[in-house]
Ligand binder design. Structure first.
Ligand code: NOJ
Length: 561
């Protein structure tokens, strides 16, 4: 099958925050349809829709209670079919979110499963007896804080949930569960869906002996290596590929928590018939102190060298087998310019700089809604966050364990909370940023009058048009898709510089990721080449690409001629 997904650029939509067509303050499918021409104008080829299936919305739809029907506030199945059709009419493709590590506790399977120990659905989930003292079966933690086990009074057993207690984990050991998953995939693919983003797919195979993590007792619940890459992971994915994926010309991207490069190759090496690509997390961890009881909330400053090292490890690690995703933002990550850059005076230059670093690389780029107009983190107070991850973490690390002060947690949440990506899309400077005629489900970002789509479309020099150009360049120059990657100036603390090589040509990417000026001198072998500048983010293009003084967040990309 053709590998069209290698040349594609993906646009991620978080439906509840994208565009509300009926004034209930909540984005919906008809709203997305109304904005398809905007996405088309950007130039992306594929839309990834975060979950729209029926759900109690404990985790904003990542807790599904019915895989074959839409959540009412998003619309109906008819709306979804229309969306698929309208996307296709515009020459784009659409992938959905496959959340099958767990369901909602309100899914009919779980309702049955918890009824009795001999219910036919009991083995759809993991049920275990308490330890002899009544405590949880082991010390595994939930990624949303506390234990991964919840006691169910009805049958006197615990059930497993890697996320909230309303997200019980499915038992993939059970062949009936796997059949159900394959059937629901076929259901949607037969309706025209072009593939899947697979939620925490790295966790579907469990270590079914459920060993305790070794512990020094500083933490009562641990999230670690047993939570991913279980013994039958790749067997399950290969089966899914055989049973479903191989029958469609589709695109697949797995969210592969806990994977290193060796693991990534297993997923994405074409010969193994698994997935096209995976989301990895190592670059998202460069601003986290490792091994802290406060997890991702123990932040440390952004370090350009750490970013270069991590990205380069993945770029070179998957250069000859497998395929990378390229992303800085999604619905679980804050806005990159607020996190690692400058979202004030230098916001526009900075957004373009990070875009250049990412889109010049090898892999399939993902743009998250609002990234293309340089949306920034919200300044909402701690009390106004909606996300259960933040609420649970606050309770655990500030109130119960007291391993962080409220002020430190507030600062960390302001940097890294998931809600920064989830504030409504800013369409214009009018009421509620043109997102809704009603009351938005989550407070708008206070800077919407300055940062919005209308402003971006009216300004020829905007971040939007810069992204548009990067996408066009990727279509025009195959070197951006297929070229080999090589890092230069690895020890430079400000400049991210690399070259791509393909069929005798070179692409040079030079980006100053700092607020200071930075002197750039290319290595001798590049000085003798002649260069054409393809894109840059300051009004005055540099006279010489191989030797220049870069302004703050200046970015330049050129090709050898
Ligand atoms: C990863 C998703 O991206 C995130 O939003 C969700 O909370 C968890 N998986 C659980 O489904």
């Amino acid at each position: 099958m053709s590998e069209w997904w290698k040349e594609a650029v993906v646009y991620q939509i978080y439906p509840r925050s994208f565009y509300d067509s009926n004034g209930d303050g909540f984005g919906d499918l008809q709203g997305i349809i109304k904005k398809l021409d905007y996405i088309k104008r950007l130039g992306t080829d594929v839309i990834w829709l975060s979950p729209v299936f029926d759900s109690p919305q404990d985790d904003n739809g990542y807790d599904i209670s019915d895989y074959r029907n839409m959540y009412e506030k998003f619309g109906t199945n008819e709306d979804m079919f229309q969306l698929i059709d309208e996307v296709h009419q515009r020459g784009m493709k659409i992938i959905m979110d496959l959340v099958v590590n767990h369901t909602s506790d309100e899914h009919a399977w779980f309702a049955e499963s918890r009824k009795s120990k001999d219910n036919p659905y009991r083995d759809y989930y993991f049920w275990k007896d308490p330890k002899s003292d009544g405590s949880e079966p082991n010390n595994w933690g939930s990624i949303f804080s506390g234990s991964a086990w919840t006691f169910d009074e009805g049958t006197g057993q615990y059930y497993l949930h890697y996320f909230s207690k309303k997200q019980p984990d499915l038992n993939w050991e059970n062949e009936a569960v796997r059949r159900e998953v394959y059937d629901l995939m076929k259901f949607w693919m037969d309706k025209g869906v072009d593939g899947w983003r697979m939620d925490v797919i790295g966790s579907i195979s469990k270590h079914t002996d459920f060993p305790d993590y070794e512990t020094d007792n500083s933490r009562s619940h641990i999230v670690g290596r047993y939570h991913s890459n279980g013994p039958r992971l790749h067997e399950f994915i290969q089966e899914m590929n055989r049973e479903v994926l191989s029958h469609y010309d589709c695109m697949t991207v797995g969210e592969a928590n806990g994977s290193d490069i060796e693991e990534a190759k297993k997923y994405t090496d074409a010969g193994r018939q698994e997935l096209n690509m995976i989301f990895t997390f190592e670059h998202m961890d460069i601003d986290t102190e490792q091994n802290s009881p406060n997890g991702k909330w123990q932040i440390k400053p952004f370090d350009v060298i750490a970013l270069k090292q991590t990205m380069t490890r993945w770029q070179t690690g998957l250069m000859n087998s497998g395929w990378n995703t390229l992303y800085f933002e999604n619905h679980d990550q804050p806005r990159v310019i607020s996190r690692w850059g400058n979202d004030g005076e230098l916001r526009k230059q900075c957004a373009k700089a990070f875009a250049t670093v990412l889109h010049g690389m090898k892999g399939t780029p993902f743009i998250y809604q609002g990234e293309e107009i340089g949306m920034v983190n919200s300044d909402m107070p701690l009390e106004m966050y909606d996300d259960l991850e933040i609420k649970n973490a606050y309770r655990e690390v500030v109130i119960e364990n007291k391993t962080m002060t409220k002020e430190d947690f507030r600062k960390a949440a302001a940097k890294k909370g998931r809600d920064h990506a989830r504030t409504p899309m800013q369409w214009d400077a009018g009421k509620h940023a043109g997102f809704t005629a009603g009351d938005p489900w989550l407070a708008l970002n206070s800077r919407y009058q300055e940062i919005n789509v209308k402003e971006s479309l009216e300004d020829q020099d905007s971040i939007f048009y810069y992204y548009q150009k990067l996408i066009q360049l990727r279509k025009q120059y195959k070197i951006m898709v297929y070229g080999d990657y090589q890092l230069l100036l690895e020890d430079d603390p400000r400049i991210y510089c690399y070259i791509r090589k393909y069929q005798g040509k070179k692409l040079l990417v030079v980006v100053n990721l700092s607020e200071d000026k930075a002197q750039f001198e290319a290595p001798p072998e590049l000085i003798h080449e002649r260069w054409k500048i393809l894109i840059s983010n300051y009004p005055q293009e540099p006279a010489d690409l191989t030797g220049m003084c870069l302004a703050p967040y200046e970015a330049v990309m050129g090709i050898s001629i």
